[in-house]
Design a protein around this ligand. Structure first.
Ligand SMILES: Nc1ncnc2c1ncn2[C@@H]1O[C@H](COP(=O)(O)OP(=O)(O)OP(=O)(O)O)[C@@H](O)[C@H]1O
Length: 282
């Protein structure tokens, strides 16, 4: 966790944001209903809920990939809905994004994938781009894969390339849409570790959509629960005192209790094992 204080202004604020979609049969569907939330700089913030609850739509509202029909989206105190196209494009560079299916360019090398956003937007020289690409691949532990192509990488490595690409323009925020859902447990752990490290050492704020409660437990400082497009509760993951209101919040609390019991048991067993030889010697 990095510099964060609930008393400071939030980096991201959604104010009574609503999003409706037109359905093919002419009806409209309210996917997000008057959602208000604050995300402070340096936090890892989770959005959880059942399938169709509106998690991805809320994530996409944060960088205005979806434009709200109601409410305001503030980034660093600026109302994104009021920005010109050019200002919005510039502000968007402060948010990187990664996806469940990685979305890498298949015909481009790892180097070119990570260099892509730098060539697209920036005014950096070739040498500067090369240096930045190497720096970002170092952060995700893939400096030796510069010349590989996505098809030659494992799922976890692909996601780490996607993280390096998202980091390249030096964003303040990384938006993650189900980043580990396509990965096995072991690989998930490595990707979560990379996200934790980026948050810890670079101070990048992480907003993460997931349906995996284990991911929330492992990574998030704070979480919002969505149901049918509404935000039903928010809580600090380490807060065991405040009762959880939603079924999902309660399920997470049970999983956290189980993990704590296991952790204590393992610590007790280790302490016993450490004490045993001494007891025998005595
Ligand atoms: N472009 C669209 N047009 C019409 N309906 C949409 C559109 N995008 C999303 N929806 C609907 O809005 C609702 C919320 O979608 P969203 O993808 O945000 O949910 P989610 O919680 O991320 O679900 P999942 O976990 O399944 O990805 C869903 O019912 C979805 O079908």
């Amino acid at each position: 966790m990095h510099i964060s204080d609930a008393s400071t202004a939030p980096l991201i604020r959604l104010e009574a944001v609503g999003k409706r979609f037109a359905l093919p049969d002419g009806r409209v569907f309210d996917a997000v209903k008057s959602v208000s939330l604050d995300i402070h700089a340096g936090k890892i913030y989770g959005l959880i809920g059942k399938s169709g609850a509106g998690k991805s739509t809320v994530l996409r509202l944060i960088n205005l990939l979806e434009r709200p029909d109601q409410g305001r989206v503030l980034f660093g105190g600026r109302d994104l809905t009021a920005l010109s196209k050019r200002d919005l494009r510039e502000t968007r560079q402060q948010t990187g994004m990664i996806f469940q299916q990685f979305n890498l360019l298949q015909n481009a090398s790892v180097f070119d994938n990570v260099a892509f956003p730098l060539k697209l937007h920036g005014s950096r020289s070739r040498a500067e781009i090369a240096a930045r690409v190497k720096e970002c691949l170092d952060v995700v532990g893939l400096a030796d894969k510069l010349d590989s192509f996505p098809a030659q990488l494992s799922g976890g490595q692909k996601q780490r390339v996607a993280i390096a690409r998202a980091l390249a323009p030096n964003p303040k925020v990384l938006l993650c849409d189900e980043p580990t859902s396509a990965l096995d447990t072991e690989t998930t752990r490595a990707v979560l570790q990379t996200l934790r490290q980026i948050n810890d050492s670079l101070g990048v704020t992480v907003v993460l959509v997931t349906h995996e409660l284990s991911v929330v437990q492992a990574l998030c400082d704070r979480v919002a629960v969505l149901e049918h497009g509404e935000l039903v509760e928010q809580f600090d993951v380490a807060d065991f005192q405040t009762p959880r209101l939603s079924a999902l919040g309660q399920e997470l609390a049970r999983e956290q209790e189980d993990a704590e019991i296991l952790r204590r048991h393992a610590a007790g067993t280790l302490a016993e094992a450490a004490a045993a030889p001494r007891a025998q010697a005595a």
